[in-house]
Design a protein around this ligand. Structure first.
Ligand SMILES: [Zn+2]
Length: 324
């Protein structure tokens, strides 16, 4: 078995562009300005203007000109890589590291491994998390699957008093997670563990025919009535798994997800601003939903994450507080 790091697009810029084109244009190049798929020209040997750092300019890989609207573009257009001065093969390295590390990879580690500045590493991590963010997917538990639902508190919100207590406190971040057994995870950063916050999210993301499983908390009692079935485990009485009609009633799956998430947030990311929390949740959801047990290896997971780079440019602009 050869190392995946030998793939040419991890080190060679021209190969990285070829790979990007396969991802962005699976059916051949499309002009991002006018939608033309017909006549276009590959512009070879074009270089950027000379600069102090690059007196001879840099080769503009993958540059094309549309035969209809005459505009120039590369496959980076409308992706999270657009306008980034970071070479594409380095972006691919970062994507692989982030996708292959179960508990994530810190900006500091990316900075040391890739040799980019810490600020650049931080920016790359967040753009890649954006690519991992799923949008507009079908509800979980369709066809009568089992969906485990739980919420957790962790960290401290900004400005919380030093002595803010542990447990279900208004000073801590709250996440709600839905996990389809044998399937995907979806997590949400919510203001508080209340029916008002949780109900609309669960309604929008879980199919009516799903069998849901939660702990005994009363709020789930009301929410649970809308689904095909609702079973609870009584953690207060130390009950974690119960068998009913041959199927295990438990929330151990979603708790296992939280255990990886919390170890990653504590051990790898350490400090996370509240406004970025949804991106870290998306990252852990993504790796969980594309895990080895579902037949997805590190390499395939990276390919799938890169599949999410297209059309995320608006989010890229909205969320880039720092300029690069
Ligand atoms: Zn065009």
């Amino acid at each position: 078995m050869t190392s995946v790091l030998n793939e040419p697009y991890f080190s060679d810029e021209a190969s990285a562009f070829e790979r990007l084109e396969q991802i962005v244009w699976p059916n051949g190049p499309v002009c991002p300005f006018c939608g033309n798929m017909g006549r276009m020209y590959a512009l070879k040997g074009v270089r950027t203007k000379p600069s102090k750092k690059h007196p001879e300019g840099i080769v503009r890989h993958g540059l094309r000109k549309c035969g209809e609207c005459r505009k120039q573009f590369t496959a980076r257009k409308n992706t999270i890589f657009e306008d980034s001065p970071i070479p594409l093969h380095q972006w691919f390295q970062a994507a692989y590291l982030l996708c292959a590390s179960k508990k994530g990879i810190s900006a500091n580690q990316l900075h040391r491994t890739l040799g980019v500045t810490l600020q650049t590493a931080w920016f790359m991590g967040h753009r890649l998390r954006e690519a991992m963010r799923a949008g507009g997917m079908a509800p979980l538990g369709g066809g009568g699957g089992i969906v485990e639902i739980d919420e957790t508190v962790f960290g401290k919100i900004e400005g919380a008093p030093k002595k803010a207590g542990r447990g279900r406190s208004s000073f801590r971040n709250v996440a709600l997670t839905l996990v389809e057994r044998g399937g995907s995870a979806r997590s949400f950063h919510i203001d508080g563990a209340t029916i008002a916050e949780m109900k609309p999210i669960i309604q929008a993301n879980v199919a009516r025919e799903a069998q849901i499983m939660t702990d005994e908390w009363a709020a789930y009692g009301e929410i649970g009535r809308e689904f095909a079935s609702h079973d609870t485990v009584n953690h207060g009485r130390d009950e974690y798994v119960r068998y009913e009609g041959g199927r295990p009633v438990t929330t151990n799956t979603v708790e296992g997800f939280y255990s990886i998430f919390k170890r990653g947030m504590k051990g790898v990311y350490q400090h996370c601003k509240e406004r970025h929390l949804h991106r870290y949740l998306a990252e852990f959801d993504f790796r969980y939903s594309n895990r080895v047990a579902l037949g997805v290896d590190d390499f395939e997971r990276t390919v799938r994450a890169l599949g999410g780079i297209v059309g995320k440019r608006l989010a890229y602009r909205d969320s880039s507080a720092v300029r690069f």
